[in-house]
Write a protein of this length. Structure first.
Length: 253
């Protein structure tokens, strides 16, 4: 059978070895789940019942979080689309620019948002604007990479048809490729939007504002019943964005 070839057995042994090494490095210990009742007891004592009196304030902060995620991703999309054409081998005009843009996108993508956030908090001060810039830079790298792969996988027929009627290189690429990849571009965008919401929460821990900063403040002050409400608001927020993204994708497709 194909699964019992020598090569596949070697891969399996390597996988087992890597798993064992990783478990040793991370102190992976399933016996610690025996203490699960302690965690349940802590949640019952500290988080239940939630303090719903702070809900109006948290709703205002949720709009700040949404604003950070939206601005960071929509500007990243607007900047990432032209960069992605330069980073795709079938639309880039020069090899040097192709490699340079890909290197630039890889550099942005390799730096986590939290690192950008720490830098911008020091440079421009505390607040949501630092979080927006952190989300923006990282997502330029991510969306630029994802969209460039969609461009490279696009059907060449429409591109050749545009060239045959005298369209310029840029105009031909724009009107032959964008309609093909647009549903997938939207799918990638809404996924990154969801990720940006969660990222903005982490950035709040370093002074980025929004719900993340409220959770950090509540944790620091042992205000766990208020923290429970914040967690519920976050869950509802992400679910609503996911449902809205699915609706838009269905309408476009």
């Amino acid at each position: 059978m194909i699964w019992f070839r020598k090569r596949h057995l070697i891969y399996f042994v390597i996988l087992i070895l890597l798993t064992w090494i990783s478990m040793d490095l991370t102190n992976f210990d399933l016996s610690k789940f025996i203490q699960l009742e302690n965690m349940i007891s802590f949640i019952q004592r500290s988080f239940i019942p939630p303090d719903w009196s702070i809900l109006p304030f948290l709703l205002r902060e949720s709009f700040v979080t949404l604003g950070m995620a939206f601005l960071g991703t929509v500007f990243a999309l607007l900047i990432g689309i032209p960069l992605s054409f330069a980073a795709a081998h079938n639309t880039s005009r020069h090899y040097f620019s192709y490699q340079s843009v890909r290197f630039f996108l890889s550099g942005l993508r390799s730096v986590p948002e939290i690192v950008f956030g720490l830098i911008f908090v020091v440079v421009i001060g505390l607040g949501p604007f630092a979080a927006v810039l952190a989300i923006l830079l990282h997502n330029i790298g991510v969306l630029g990479k994802l969209i460039s792969e969609l461009i490279e996988a696009a059907d060449k027929g429409p591109q050749e048809a545009m060239k045959s009627v005298g369209a310029t290189h840029r105009i031909g690429n724009l009107f032959s490729i964008i309609p093909q990849i647009w549903p997938n571009v939207l799918s990638h965008y809404f996924y990154r939007f969801e990720v940006a919401i969660r990222t903005s929460l982490v950035l709040g821990f370093v002074g980025g504002g929004g719900l993340g900063q409220q959770i950090f403040n509540q944790y620091q002050s042992f205000y766990y019943d208020g923290m429970a409400v914040s967690i519920i608001v976050i869950m509802v927020l992400v679910i609503c964005v996911d449902m809205f993204g699915s609706y838009v994708r269905k309408r476009i497709i």
